[in-house]
Design a protein around this ligand. Structure first.
Ligand SMILES: Cc1cc2nc3c(=O)[nH]c(=O)nc-3n(C[C@H](O)[C@H](O)[C@H](O)COP(=O)(O)OP(=O)(O)OC[C@H]3O[C@@H](n4cnc5c(N)ncnc54)[C@H](O)[C@@H]3O)c2cc1C
Length: 298
């Protein structure tokens, strides 16, 4: 995961936002349009621009922070987990400065079973029930060139490889819309349902393959890995961007570097979630690992 142990506050800023619209795009995806005061100061770098969402606890109407200044992260960690805002990572799908709005596409994991109301996680459940006027806080970029954009192909790249699942679909859409005309791109996207396919406007010369999971075998199959293993890849210098479930991301990276000879520096890989772990648990692991390496260095 790239969820850093202490998310940087600068050049990021807190913005209080509210839901303007919630639109169900498909079985697994809902698009939430956010508005708010001072949103003219939010500047997305496009592509896979990540940011943090802070949700209220179920018994609150707004997220309750102990401190929103420079020491916010230490204060947030010290807060009672049942009271502090729930922090999650998402992607800015599209920003419209002219209307002061931005969109976020939430994957509703666990949304199609009989236990939909209690399945998934806090963010997925919040998105499934979001109504105009609902309020939350985001930590989002205030300058266009910021550290929350990972898709940065080096000069001399001949073609682009993208893989991801529903959680990476907003970033893949942002990347495809950003690519220069004629850029060669090969894209594999794993989705839960046929209707999760989206139109992905691009000037690139993009070949997009949608891989629909079979619910009967979903836990045992790896559609992206299987498709890649037999894929014919172009020659020339590639740049790969891989996101989605952490185990899949790792395996795809290993395949590209180990079996396809990709330069490891030309492979940007990010676990967006990990099967069986909440984002808090992943953050706790990272914090413990960072503390351990500090102790070892001392
Ligand atoms: C940089 C970055 C950008 C991201 N952008 C987006 C985005 O734009 N849209 C988006 O939908 N997600 C995005 N994600 C992924 C999202 O943050 C995670 O899916 C997150 O765990 C959802 O929080 P939650 O509260 O719903 O579930 P959590 O409380 O974190 O997890 C609860 C349980 O659900 C499981 N789980 C989490 N996500 C999924 C999933 N997709 N499918 C199946 N099981 C899951 C976990 O393994 C855990 O067992 C992004 C992640 C990162 C790191």
């Amino acid at each position: 995961m790239t969820t850093t142990a202490a998310p940087a506050a600068a050049p990021y800023r807190f913005f209080d936002v509210h839901v303007v619209r919630a639109r169900r795009l498909s079985t697994s995806m809902v698009r939430i349009t956010f508005g708010g005061e001072r949103l003219d100061a939010l500047v997305s770098g496009g592509r896979d621009q990540r940011f943090k969402v802070f949700l209220p606890q179920p018994h609150q109407t707004v997220p309750v922070f102990a401190d929103m200044g420079d020491g916010w992260y230490t204060a947030w960690r010290a807060q009672d987990p049942a009271e502090r805002p729930v922090m999650r990572s998402y992607t800015i799908r599209e920003q419209r400065p002219e209307t002061g709005e931005f969109d976020v596409d939430f994957a509703l994991h666990g949304a199609d079973g009989p236990a939909a109301a209690v399945a998934g996680g806090p963010a997925s459940r919040w998105a499934a029930g979001a109504r105009p006027g609902d309020r939350l806080t985001v930590l989002a970029p205030a300058v266009e060139d910021n550290g929350g954009v990972d898709f940065r192909p080096p000069p001399g790249t001949d073609w682009i490889l993208l893989t991801g699942d529903e959680t990476a679909l907003p970033a893949i859409a942002g990347i495809l819309s950003w690519l220069s005309p004629g850029t060669r791109a090969k894209v594999w996207i794993e989705i839960g349902h046929e209707d999760d396919r989206q139109q992905l406007p691009t000037f690139a010369d993009a070949e997009i393959t949608w891989l629909v999971r079979d619910p009967a075998t979903a836990a045992r199959t790896e559609p992206v890995q299987d498709a890649l293993r037999t894929a014919e890849l172009p020659g020339g210098k590639p740049y790969a961007w891989i996101a989605g479930e952490a185990g899949t991301v790792k395996a795809v990276r290993r395949h590209l570097v180990g079996e396809r000879g990709f330069d490891r520096r030309a492979v940007k890989f990010t676990g967006y979630w990990r099967r069986g772990a909440t984002e808090e648990e992943l953050l706790a692991e990272l914090t413990a690992a960072a503390a351990k390496s500090t102790r070892q260095a001392a």
